[in-house]
Design a protein around this ligand. Structure first.
Ligand code: AMP
Length: 581
């Protein structure tokens, strides 16, 4: 397939605001893609890998500028001027190809396969000279590209297509292209995606095997499943009323660590985060605990990894370390073992998705029993590099919902669990519906979280400004945005400039500078990727920001590295909090 054809599709997608039209354009493209279907499904969103394949393209803005300059002969300073004006490196590439000073003598035509293969290949470059090789490969593609092709090659390399396609549109397009496009067909595609996490597999199966093929897709060991998410309960009694089934709700301690999905098959064990990153290498102590404690031959277990202070971890009064400290274990690549002794962890297991048989359609009550049947407790032993393994602290509460009000009096055992959880330094409670199935990737009333104070918000950094004076090298003034689900866009809700230490700000600046899309003086536009947790005094209505709201006195609490931008708090939630003040 000629790359120009795909570029034509991008243009048509960018030209319409209608989700319906976008869906139909995609459906037509998928239907005609033939054997290239898996590649096209990924490329329309500018993704080159499945969600759990976390290869990094390693392409930064400055590398892209060098590649454009190399292939077109246009000076980098001119490219930067252009970038400042347009704010998009794709447009800069198109402009540069149009105005190039060096003509290529003969050019090969660009195919979709070639663009895809080259961009995938550059992820494998390592070590000395890998940057130069990346630049060379991208420049090679640009040398054979017309302006419009250049635009999309660069956008794909940077992972930002600007054609307004969300996951929902891909899902609907698959249902229209290969099934009958009905609500049931969409549900079938959605479910298949939740268990496989890979639209390439879903699209191919829908086309070749229809709806029954999709229904046969199942979770597989070592292919991480999207985790089920929690909703915020507004109060303990309300959450109990929402989660009750047959007069019972299950209440658990909500720990503040990192979600871990454990896959085990015989001797092989792998650990994945909530974002489906593989963290097996960082946690040899957890692998040892799983080996010692998980008795099921094969299993997928869900739990929370929590770091405790080494002095207290072996006692009954363990104290969790601050999340910042624990998160160093996730990032650590060298000295993993020393770090494991400094921050010993316990895995608090709370769900079982597979124990030789898929359990995601099975009620939670049964899954809990299957969980208990698939492992034995392991006590933590930092000296032996072994983590702890235990069931999360749980109370099964009998709950009577009154005839009139949808609220209940929390049983004493529940209020005690809540108090104990807070006293022990944990976050609060999880209230779970015992009859609920495991719904990968969704946040529906099957588990509700309860925390004590007015909740901080998780917000995405959309723009930033360098500070003045002593901190002038740092991006100290950050615009924060919430996620508008209906438009699949981020809407700003305020500007943050306090609460961080110098060290935190330094780290944050390093990360944000990688995401700069354009710069105007001291102000930069950013790819919306970094999520921060912030507290604030109140929410006001405001015309200053496009959300219509502004946070009063926002303060930085921490970076939420385990969250994707679309896990950020939503505009709906900001509105609800505003109404409730
Ligand atoms: P939040 O990240 O605030 O949306 O809260 C949901 C997260 O709480 C889950 O993704 C888990 O990582 C974590 N968590 C801690 N304890 C539990 C528990 N007992 N059950 C389920 N999730 C828990």
């Amino acid at each position: 397939m000629e790359y120009a054809e795909l570029v034509g599709v991008y243009d048509r997608l960018a030209d319409t605001d209608s989700n319906h039209e976008k869906r139909d354009i995609l459906a037509e493209t998928f239907a005609e893609a033939g054997e290239l279907l898996p590649i096209v499904v990924k490329l329309v969103r500018g993704r080159l890998f499945a969600a759990h394949q976390r290869e990094e393209l390693g392409v930064s803005s400055s590398l892209t500028l060098e590649a454009i300059s190399k292939s077109t002969g246009v000076a980098e300073s001119d490219l930067r001027d252009q970038w400042r004006e347009t704010g998009d490196l794709g447009d800069v590439a198109a402009w540069a190809v149009d105005n190039q000073t060096q003509q290529t003598l003969f050019s090969d035509s660009l195919t979709v396969e070639r663009v895809h293969d080259v961009l995938r290949e550059i992820t494998t470059f390592e070590g000395d000279g890998s940057q130069q090789r990346r630049i060379g490969e991208i420049a090679g593609l640009l040398a054979d590209a017309d302006p419009n092709e250049a635009r999309y090659i660069v956008r794909t390399a940077l992972g930002h297509m600007r054609v307004g396609i969300g996951e929902g549109t891909i899902r609907d397009a698959i249902a229209v292209a290969f099934l009958d496009g009905s609500d049931e067909a969409i549900d079938a595609v959605e479910r298949a995606y939740q268990v496989t996490n890979d639209y390439r597999v879903v699209a191919r199966t829908a086309r070749d095997e229809g709806r029954s093929g999709l229904a046969d897709l199942d979770i597989e060991l070592f292919r991480p499943v999207q985790v089920m998410l929690a909703e915020k309960g507004e109060s303990l009694d309300g959450a109990l009323a929402d989660a009750v089934a047959d007069g019972e709700a299950i209440c658990e301690v909500k720990y503040d660590g990192a979600r871990v999905q454990i896959h085990k098959d015989g001797e092989e064990i792998r650990l994945f985060t909530r974002r489906l990153e593989d963290i097996t290498e960082q946690f040899p102590d957890v692998v040892a605990a799983v080996r010692a404690g998980v008795t099921a031959e094969s299993a997928i277990l869900d739990g929370e990894l929590v770091g405790y202070t080494p002095e207290t971890v072996e006692s009954d009064a363990r104290r969790p370390v601050p999340f910042q400290r624990f998160s160093q274990r996730i990032k650590r690549e060298d000295g993993v073992e020393a770090m494991a002794r400094e921050v010993p962890v316990v895995v608090h297991l709370f769900d079982c998705l597979y124990d030789g048989e898929t359990l995601i359609e099975t009620p939670f009550r049964t899954r809990m029993e299957r969980l208990d049947g698939s492992f034995e407790d392991v006590s933590v032993a930092p000296d032996e590099l072994r983590a702890g393994l235990e069931h999360s602290r749980t109370v099964q509460a009998a709950v009577e919902v009154g005839e009139e009000a949808e609220t209940v009096e929390p049983p004493e055992a529940v209020t005690k669990l809540y108090q104990d959880a807070l006293d022990a330094g944990h976050e609060g409670l999880m209230i779970k519906n015992p009859a609920a199935t495991y719904q990968p990737g969704t946040r529906v009333g099957r588990m509700l979280k309860i925390k004590p104070t007015m909740e901080p918000l998780d917000l995405v950094v959309s723009r930033a400004i360098y500070s003045e004076g002593r901190r002038s090298d740092w991006l100290g003034r950050l615009y924060l945005a919430c996620y508008d689900e209906s438009a699949d866009e981020f809407r700003e809700v305020g500007r943050l400039s306090t609460g961080y230490t110098d060290e935190e700000l330094d780290d944050l600046t390093d990360r944000l500078e990688e995401l700069i899309v354009s710069q105007d003086g001291r102000a930069v536009e950013l790819r919306p990727e970094v999520v921060l947790e912030v507290e604030y005094e109140e929410i006001q209505e405001s015309e200053e920001y496009d959300s219509g709201y502004a946070l009063r006195f926002p303060r930085f609490l921490r970076r939420r590295e385990t969250l994707d931008p679309d896990d950020a708090d939503t505009l709906d939630r900001v509105e609800r909090l505003y109404d409730e003040q």
